[in-house]
Structures are given as structure tokens and as C-alpha cells.
Design a protein around this ligand. Structure first.
Ligand code: PMP
Ligand code: GLN
Length: 392
């Protein structure tokens, strides 16, 4: 017999929508990945390393050269002081890093505080680790943390809090007030924070990413998770990392050693080069993405769609209800991909309870022509949806 939790799990919405998009030969603005090939220097570095370097097991916590490069990157960009030998574990993507954190930090029955909307991998992994989720709901349009919300959730049984900033799918970031408030509760209740910061370099409009790890009292109780796939627009690479104080880090690496043990060496070498010598990548990448976001937003507005503000990630959200669409987001997304040839992600998929059901997430990390054609198709989907609503 299979495990009942996994037996009952649906296939992730990202796979469902990408599958429907390829069946229908649709434009895929669903699953978040860029349509550009990625930075040439990193592709060349990976190709070179594949033939010139060892392809045998790299060290379990990751190549020391990569851990040094990660430490240097965060010292420069976020003022963090991370010991490459004791505070960094390289993982096969942020997804493995999340699994390591949940498996190694949760005791059965521990309460885990999470905020909806949330990335769909969290809850199944928390539950499989024996955690008892305690869910709060962030409120649009600002999606901020509130004192009353934390007062209601944190108890002496709380072991972990999971925080994602910049936040997928809202494309917003927690500000200083949110993080200061959260750190106050973590310290008061002796809670460890698992910070999913995979989008930390995809911060648009010149804003600065803030990390909970840097707040007073949080250095010893934060697990910070990053993803080279997101940093370098190479989402298939699956090179991520766990950053934590040495004692926590030792525990995390016990999970990593028996999940994957290590990560493909040529990709680790290439990420080492990318972090050591990024050139102007961390300036041009967000600038180009902001231009794509603005392009998509104005094309959508020109067609009468209501667009929600977004300051990070690859995503722009459309308020379907305010755009004249009465259908729920899942129904509309299915209609759009099957009947109009354009895929998006219904934001209701990021909720377990009491979902927001009128928002569609679109990935704008695409060429302008692709975005323009997608908007034409979305307008067609809206016409079809309105006709179906009238007929009903
Ligand atoms: N967390 C969030 C919030 C994400 O959006 C993603 C993927 N887009 C991940 C984790 C997984 O990252 P990775 O591909 O490095 O496993
Ligand atoms: N994180 C990506 C997104 O939000 C999807 C990753 C995946 O497909 N699992 O689109």
C-alpha cells in the first residue's frame, strides 16, 4: 500500500498546466521559466566543467569553491557572514533544501506556522515530516504580516515558521516591519524560521531584498534557502542551498546526506563562476524582467484586464473578477489553455483553505512577441468565458 498522504495528493498544478499547454500547443505563461537560454558565460562554464573537471561525487555539503562563492555573494549583497565550511549545504534545488529543513527540524506533532497563499510543495512535505500546519491568510492587496495574526498562531508548540519573500505567487515582498514583527515572535517562542528566498535576486524596480536572518536574534534560528536556478534564470539546473548557523547546519546536512547526498558537479562549478564573477547580470536581469512585466501589464490593460501590482518574481497577477470574468480562476485557466491556447496558474492553487478564486498568475519572463500573442489569446478566453456565463 502507498502512503496515504501521497496517494491522495493531486499532481502539482505546474505539471498539469504545462501538460495541457503542450497538448494544446499553447503559449505557456503558467509554470515560471524564462524563454531565453540563460547567461552564456554560465552555460559555457558548465560545458567546460563537464569535460574538464571530475564527474565523480563532489563533497556532500557541496564543492568548497561553491560554498566560498555563496558566502562571498551574501556578504556583498546582504551583509551576511557565513562560514563556507560550517554554515552552507549545497542541495539539488531549493525543493530539496525545503525537504531537508522539514525532515530534520520537525518532530511529529510540532506545529508549523505558514502563510497562505503558499508554494504548493510546503504542506505535503511538512505533513509527511509529522508537522501540524497552522495556517494564516495574508490579505490583498498588501499581503502583509499582522500582529494579531501571529498572536493567534504562535504557541509553545510552534517549532517552525515558513516564510517566502519575495512571495510566489503575489510578487510582493515583506518589508522591514513584517520581518521585525516575525523575528520578535520567533525569539519570544523559540521558533526556527525556514526562509524560502529563492526569488531574492528577482527584485524589480531597484528595491532591496531583506532577509530575516539578518534581524536581531535570528542568526541562530534561521534556515535561509536559495536557488541558483532562479538567480541565473536557469530553472532546470536545480542547484540550491541551505544557509544556517553551524549547529543547525549540521542537523540539516544529516537530511541532505540521505536525500541526494550531492549535486551534479559541472553545475556546481558553473554556479561558482556565476557568483564569483557575475559581471552586470544582477543589474541587467531584473531590469530586463521589469521591462517584460511592464510590457505585459500595459498590453493587458489595453485589453481591459485589471492587473495587480508586483515587485518581484517572474509573475504578474490578473484580477479576473475586476476584468469582467465571472468564472473562477481554475475554470478560467482550463478554458484559456484548452480553448484559447494560453496557460496561466490559478492562484487558488496556493491555498488549502478559503482560497482567493479570482486571480490568474502569468509568467512574464518571455519575449515581447510571446507576451503580446498571449494577451490576444487571453482576451479571446475572456470572450468565450463571458459567452458561457451568459448562456448558463
Ligand atoms: N520555492 C518557491 C517559492 C519557488 O517558486 C520555487 C520554484 N519556482 C521553489 C521553491 C523551488 O526552487 P528549485 O527549482 O530551486 O527547487
Ligand atoms: N516555482 C515554479 C512556479 O511557481 C514552478 C516549479 C515547479 O514546477 N515545481 O512556477
Amino acid at each position: 500500500m502507498a502512503n496515504s498522504l501521497y496517494n491522495a495528493l493531486p499532481t502539482t498544478i505546474f505539471t498539469v498546466m504545462s501538460g495541457l499547454a503542450s497538448e494544446a500547443n499553447a503559449i505557456n505563461l503558467g509554470q515560471g521559466f524564462p524563454d531565453e537560454p540563460g547567461p552564456r558565460a554560465l552555460l559555457d562554464a558548465a560545458a567546460r566543467a563537464l569535460v574538464e573537471k571530475s564527474n565523480q561525487y563532489p563533497p556532500m555539503p557541496g564543492l568548497l569553491e561553491l560554498r566560498r562563492a555563496i558566502s562571498g555573494h551574501y556578504a556583498r549583497t546582504q551583509g551576511l557572514d557565513l562560514d563556507p565550511a560550517a554554515s552552507i549545504t549545497v542541495t539539488s534545488g531549493a525543493t530539496e533544501a525545503l525537504a531537508c529543513a522539514f525532515l530534520s527540524l520537525i518532530e511529529p506533532g510540532d506545529e508549523v506556522v505558514l502563510f497562505q497563499p503558499l508554494y504548493d510543495a510546503y504542506l505535503p512535505m511538512v505533513r509527511r515530516a509529522g508537522g501540524v500546519p497552522r495556517l494564516a491568510r495574508l490579505q490583498p492587496p498588501h499581503w502583509r504580516l499582522e500582529r494579531a495574526m501571529l498572536e493567534a498562531l504562535f504557541t509553545s508548540r510552534t517549532r517552525l515558521v515558513v516564510v517566502n519573500t519575495p512571495l510566489n505567487p503575489t510578487a510582493t515582498m515583506f518589508g522591514d516591519e513584517d520581518l521585525a514583527l516575525l523575528s520578535e515572535f520567533c525569539v519570544r517562542y523559540d521558533v526556527t524560521a525556514v526562509c524560502d528566498e529563492v526569488w531574492e535576486q528577482v527584485v524589480l524596480d531597484g528595491d532591496r531584498h531583506r532577509t530575516l536572518m539578518a534581524y536581531p536574534g535570528m542568526g541562530e534560528r534561521t534556515v535561509k534557502i536559495g536557488s541558483a536556478g532562479k538567480m541565473f534564470a536557469l530553472t532546470g539546473w536545480k542547484v540550491g542551498w541551505l544557509l544556517a548557523a553551524p549547529e543547525l547546519s549540521r542537523t540539516l546536512s544529516k537530511a541532505h546526506q540521505f536525500l541526494t547526498f550531492t549535486t551534479a558537479p559541472h553545475l556546481q562549478w558553473a554556479v561558482t563562476e556565476g557568483l564569483t564573477d557575475p559581471g552586470d547580470w544582477f543589474e541587467t536581469m531584473p531590469r530586463d524582467l521589469a521591462a517584460s512585466r511592464d510590457h505585459l501589464a500595459s498590453a493587458l490593460r489595453a485589453q481591459g484586464f485589471a492587473v495587480l501590482p508586483g515587485a518581484g518574481t517572474y509573475f504578474l497577477n490578473v484580477d479576473l473578477a475586476a476584468s469582467g470574468i465571472a468564472e473562477g480562476d481554475l475554470d478560467f485557466a482550463l478554458r484559456a489553455v484548452k480553448e484559447a491556447g494560453v496557460a496561466g496558474i490559478p492562484v487558488s492553487s496556493f491555498y488549502e483553505s478559503d482560497p482567493v478564486t479570482h486571480v490568474l498568475r502569468l509568467c512574464f519572463a518571455k519575449r515581447d512577441e510571446t507576451l503580446d500573442e498571449a494577451v490576444v489569446r487571453l482576451a479571446r478566453a475572456r470572450d468565450l468565458s463571458c459567452a458561457a456565463t451568459r448562456a448558463a
